[in-house]
Design a protein around this ligand. Structure first.
Ligand SMILES: N[C@@H](CCC(=O)N[C@@H](CS)C(=O)NCC(=O)O)C(=O)O
Length: 279
């Protein structure tokens, strides 16, 4: 029976400096859920190697990639919400670890050489955690090339096209038929590419890998991009297989209270998210 998610709700948290921070709430596959108030951890009481990875997160397909990844590998981590509707992605503390003012990012207190390292860009984070844990990112060069192909395919194709389809379909103030068709059709084409690939393989690169973790969140939101999964039977089978994994269920179950309250019609939110130029 799948375990229940350890993080049910995460309240908005102030962003921390990219120094090793005190863990606030830790999840790990081995830790049992507890309601007891944790003793405050200090650098003295918690060795650096035991400190959790900090996941700078907001519940979107890019954020899910990393929550799934962390749930799958069982490393302890703590969620640091980045409220992108309030502009927290532009805070100097966050920019110090993610200069593209986008989440997700991670801070691993126990990086190479036992020293902290921060990583931004979801693809780079997936690869980093793959190298760190040796899981879901094969060492064998042929197998790794296949994972990288599909990971980069997601980063350069599926993610950006699906993002634009979602924007023009749901958020653009005017319904521009050309833009809606352009991106909806492109997502449809990309779903078709995945469907064909998955006709002969269980997962995108053969075995379940970070490439699948990168793509699954976008397929989860298929309807928003004007796609009907029934049109893609192999993709549907793949999606249902991944969605049923206990780690993926736990990742999708993470709730960030502030995110549920965001009103995308609020002019302040729209100005923050859709009015960006160079700073
Ligand atoms: N290429 C980046 C994209 C990340 C991204 O677009 N994140 C969005 C949420 S899905 C974000 O932080 N948006 C903040 C904003 O638009 O200001 C990655 O894969 O990490």
């Amino acid at each position: 029976m799948p375990r229940s998610p350890r993080i049910r709700a995460v309240k908005s948290a102030k962003l921390l400096t990219p120094k090793v921070a005190r863990p606030k709430r830790v999840t790990s596959n081995s830790a049992k859920p507890t309601r007891a108030k944790p003793k405050p951890a200090t650098r003295k009481s918690v060795p650096q190697s035991k400190l959790p990875i900090e996941l700078y997160y907001w519940p979107t397909p890019n954020g899910w990639k990393i929550s799934i990844r962390l749930e799958e590998c069982g490393l302890p981590y703590v969620v640091r919400p980045v409220d992108i509707s309030k502009g927290e992605q532009f805070s100097p503390q966050f920019l110090a670890i993610s200069p593209n003012d986008r989440m997700p990012a991670i801070l691993d207190p126990n990086g190479p050489g036992g020293r902290p390292i921060s990583v931004f860009e979801s693809g780079a984070i997936l690869q980093y955690l793959g190298r760190k844990t040796g899981q879901f990112y094969p060492r064998d060069e042929r197998a790794r090339v296949a994972v990288d192909e599909w990971l980069f395919w997601q980063m350069g194709g599926l993610g950006p096209m699906a993002g634009q389809a979602n924007h023009f379909r749901r958020y653009a103030p005017e319904k521009i038929a050309y833009a809606i068709d352009r991106y909806t059709n492109e997502v449809n084409r990309l779903f078709g590419v995945m469907n064909t690939r998955l006709a002969t393989r269980e997962f995108l690169a053969g075995r379940y890998s970070i490439a699948d973790m990168a793509c699954v969140g976008w397929v989860r939101l298929a309807e928003r991009m004007g796609q009907e999964l029934a049109q893609f039977p192999h993709l549907k089978r793949w999606f249902e297989t991944i969605r049923a994994r206990p780690a993926v269920k736990r990742a999708f179950a993470i709730r960030v209270e502030a995110a549920s309250a965001v009103d995308m019609k609020d002019p302040n939110v729209r100005a923050i998210l859709f009015g960006q130029t160079a700073r």
